[in-house]
Design a protein around this ligand. Structure first.
Ligand code: ATP
Ligand code: MG
Length: 829
């Protein structure tokens, strides 16, 4: 199975596949590589992508778009509440409290969860990939903004599952871009050299992302990321729409926002205007005919005015740039290049500001629209082993109730920009089950009011046999999707030894860890002490850690005390996850099932529509042809009846036949074909007949020539040659008689002879005559000199005049060199 990369954009999506040793962005059924992120609901089916976008004006309240940022958010979230009033479709609260979309589908009011809606879009992208690859697709890499929180990421993962996709990795959009940039670079510094630092900027429709990446040969490491989730192409559209709403309000007394359809049209026109302004600085018109209440509206704007209006937005460009520079403590001279991607990176004033900030020309070596999808597809390819180290976007802490009831304790487990994916092991001393709550420690960093990631209950914890607290090792992890989890918990049981010794800690972490890990021991009293640190952070942290528990312990020991080793047994502990906005398995399964039903419904509806279109097409085709190529092949009375029937059908299609079951259309087409097919067949016969006769005639002539030559010179195989002679003469007689009969037959009647019969005759002639004329001469060696003197029969050279197998070729000479076309082997000397 192939692995596919999906760029799930706010406005549009791209699909990239690995094919023929390279990466290719594939086109959808409209031959467009860009698939709009739109889903439209109708009385009989859904439309997704370009088909949905085309309904955004006519079916605006049931055509959803701009839903990427609804993932992992409560309905009451301020973001949802603020965008709600600007949407032309309805949002609703799901039973879980998350955000749903309310539409009319199949003539009923339905609320779909955001996971379902994105699942629908992914279904479309999956189909696009499947039709390009001509095989089923399941494994994929999906992009998400680097600023997506755990809730948002898990929600996208659920959507993938609903679409029947197996998401191997959620990849940060800017990280996908860094990979697309770095993987083909041949001149990256060697691993031990100073890395090449490149800044990546993605300006999409909804957001603005910046990341700094350090490249060495075969690897990339993200150093920092920053973003403004409100600075994107959409923000500029909003400003233009506001401007024209106001202008048209004054100029034409129109309240544009009261009419969703008009608002949607204005958005479309403003986006076009915005794009035009990227290329032109002169005054540009905005005209919309029959905009509202039959009024045509018009306005104009130029780039200078636009930039003035957008001054507030443009001022936000620098913030994230400054932020990454501060986070990485890099100087502008350290930056090798600033690479920009995303549709909105084409806005000149945005480019200027970024370029001015860094004091250098921007680099645009990547495809601004497709780089994310390509990076996702690259991730899964074995294009050498390119190692990717991403970062944790927000600091993550854990808190828990301390065992000694001293209140709540906490510990930051992953600071911002910590390498990801990454695992750490924490050690607790507990006598009973306990709960860990994960949360984002710095709420100011979040584009999101809810800081909690979820709770993790570590079950089945029991005291040691001695009654003391048991040692519980908890592995926490930020996985490849950038999602935090408590991936494993185990209880270390101390097995009794003969001397009943004091338990001593044995550090098994190196064996346990898949990746470089840090070990942090958390004592029962709730104070956090860092005990031992993994290789990468050891040096840096030992200096700052004054409360090093292991050190303390070591210092407590008499220098020569050699304790006998204590045996331990590790018992896996169950973990109960309570994650925010995570769909339950039951709900997820139901969504998967419903998606399957909706796919089936869309398929049935497509078949029904195709059946209807077939009737319509046949009516138009036949109406034209009846007075054209088919005219000669139908008598006047039949033609009038058929014409009338076609006209009736056309009317029916617009009336009773407008909305029928597939079978009704299939039957209707069959009924029309019953009248039309014989006429069409007579026409086709008349078209093909001359060629068939010509082919038969040619074969007959060739055999005749060969037989002439045999009769004159050959003394063996006499009987067979006579039989062939008869066959050829019979075929000639048959052909002449059929031709004569057909020539006197009216074209409006069934032909006397069918093309199929003529072809069968040709084939028969060949299969009876060819073996005889190709038969080798009996083994009587003729004198050598004589043989060379005799050329081919009738002076014919090569294969051109040889009879050929009618099964293999339609005319002689077209298949030179095939076995059938060889000169007959019979030596006619
Ligand atoms: P996101 O990355 O936020 O999820 P997306 O990936 O769908 O969104 P892109 O396709 O990168 O977004 O960019 C779309 C935005 O770029 C739209 O706002 C579009 O109007 C804008 N855009 C595209 N071409 C131009 C242009 N020539 N001038 C100005 N803006 C443009
Ligand atoms: Mg994008």
């Amino acid at each position: 199975m192939s692995v596919v990369g999906f760029d799930l954009g706010f406005q549009s999506c791209y699909v990239a596949v690995a094919r023929a040793g390279g990466i290719e962005t594939v086109a959808n059924e409209y031959s467009d590589r860009c698939t709009p992120s739109f889903v439209s609901f109708g009385p009989r089916n859904r439309s997704i992508g370009a088909a949905a976008k085309s309904q955004v004006v006519t079916n605006c309240q049931n055509t959803v778009q701009g839903f990427k940022r609804f993932h992992g958010r409560a309905f009451t979230d301020p973001y949802i509440q603020s965008v709600k009033s600007n949407l032309v479709y309805d949002l609703a609260q799901m039973p879980s409290g998350s955000t749903g979309i309310k539409v009319m589908y199949m003539e009923e009011e339905k609320v779909f969860s955001i996971e379902q809606v994105t699942g629908m879009l992914l279904t479309k992208l999956k189909e696009t990939a499947e039709s390009a690859l001509k095989k089923p697709v399941a494994d994929c890499v999906i992009s998400v903004p680097s600023y997506f929180t755990d809730g948002e990421r898990r929600s996208v993962m659920d959507a993938a599952q609903i679409a029947g996709l197996n998401c191997l990795r959620l990849m940060n959009e800017t990280t996908a871009v860094t990979l697309a940039y770095g993987i083909y670079k041949q001149d990256l510094p060697a691993p031990e050299e100073k890395p090449r630092i490149v800044v990546f900027v993605d300006l999409g429709h909804s957001g603005y992302q910046v990341s700094v990446c350090a490249f060495n040969k075969g690897k990339l490491k993200i150093l920092a990321t920053a973003f403004d989730s409100e600075l994107g192409g959409k923000g500029f559209d909003d400003i233009l729409v506001n401007h024209f709403c106001e202008e048209f309000g004054k100029k034409y007394k129109l309240d544009v926002r009261s009419k969703p359809r008009a608002l949607v049209r204005l958005y479309q026109e403003c986006e076009k205007l915005k794009k035009l302004m990227s290329a032109n600085s002169s005054d540009l018109p905005l005209n919309i005919e029959c905009f509202m209440n039959d009024i045509d509206v018009s306005g104009k704007l130029n780039r200078g005015q636009f930039e003035e209006m957008c001054a507030g937005l443009l001022a936000k460009v620098e913030g994230p740039l400054r932020s990454v520079m501060e986070q990485t403590k890099l100087k502008k001279e350290d930056i090798y290049a600033v690479e920009i991607v995303g549709g909105a990176s084409r806005i000149p004033s945005l480019k200027e500001r970024i370029s001015k900030f860094f004091g250098k020309e921007l680099s645009t070596t990547l495809n601004a629209d497709e780089a994310v999808a390509r990076g996702c597809a690259l991730q899964v390819q074995e294009f050498g082993l390119f190692s990717i180290t991403d970062v944790v976007p927000y600091s993550i802490s854990l808190k828990w109730n301390s065992a000694a009831e001293e209140g709540v304790s906490d510990c930051e487990v992953f600071p911002k920009n910590h390498a990801a994916p990454f695992s750490k092991v924490l050690t607790f001393f507990r006598k009973e089950p306990f709960t860990l709550e994960a949360y984002y420690s710095n709420s100011k960093e979040l584009p999101y009011p809810n800081c909690s990631l979820g709770q993790f209950l570590i079950k089945n914890v029991v005291p040691q046999a001695s009654g003391e607290s048991a040692k519980v090792k908890v592995k926490v992890r930020v996985n490849v999707h950038g999602v935090f989890s408590v991936s494993n918990a185990s209880l270390v049981e101390v097995l009794k030894t003969a001397e009943e010794e004091e338990p001593m800690e044995t550090d098994q972490t190196a064996k346990e860890e898949e990746e470089v890990c840090t070990v942090c021991t958390v004592f029962a009293r709730g104070r956090k002490r860092v005990m031992a640190l993994g290789q990468t952070e050891r040096q840096r942290n030992t200096e700052t850690t004054t409360d090093d528990a292991k050190q303390e312990k070591k210092n407590d020991q008499p220098p020569q005390a050699k304790k006998p080793k204590v045996k331990t047994k590790t018992v896996e502990l169950p973990i109960e996850n309570n994650l925010h906005w995570q769909l339950s398995t039951d709900v997820l399964n139901m969504c998967v099932e419903n998606e399957g039903k909706m796919i089936m419904q869309d398929k049935l509806e497509k078949e029904r529509n195709d059946a209807k279109n077939n009737v319509e097409e046949y009516v138009y085709e036949m109406r034209d042809k009846l007075h054209g190529v088919l005219e000669k092949f139908v008598n006047e009375a039949d033609r009038d009846t058929f014409s009338l029937k076609l006209e009736d059908t056309e009317n029916w299609l617009y009336e009773d036949g407008e909305d029928q079951h597939k079978q009704v259309y299939v039957d209707k087409l069959a009924e029309l074909k019953k009248m039309g097919q014989p006429i069409h067949e007579r026409y086709m016969e008349a078209e093909e007949r001359p060629k068939a006769f010509e082919e038969l005639g040619r074969q007959i002539q060739l055999y005749m020539k060969i037989i002439e030559a045999y009769k004159a010179k050959v003394t063996w195989h006499r009987e067979q040659v006579t039989r062939v002679d008869k066959q050829v003469n019979d075929a000639m007689a048959w052909m002449n008689s059929k031709m004569n009969q057909q020539n006197s037959q009216d074209l409006t009647l069934e032909p006397v002879v069918k093309v199929g019969e003529i072809q069968a005759k040709t084939k028969e002639l060949y299969s009876t005559c060819n073996p005889v004329v190709s038969k080798p001469k009996p083994k009587v060696e003729p004198p050598k000199e004589e043989k060379t003197e005799n050329g081919p029969v009738n002076g014919q050279e090569g294969t051109e005049s040889q009879p050929c197998n009618p099964d293999k070729a339609t005319s002689a000479g077209t298949e030179k060199g095939t076995a059938e076309n060889k000169l007959p082997e019979m030596d006619i000397d």
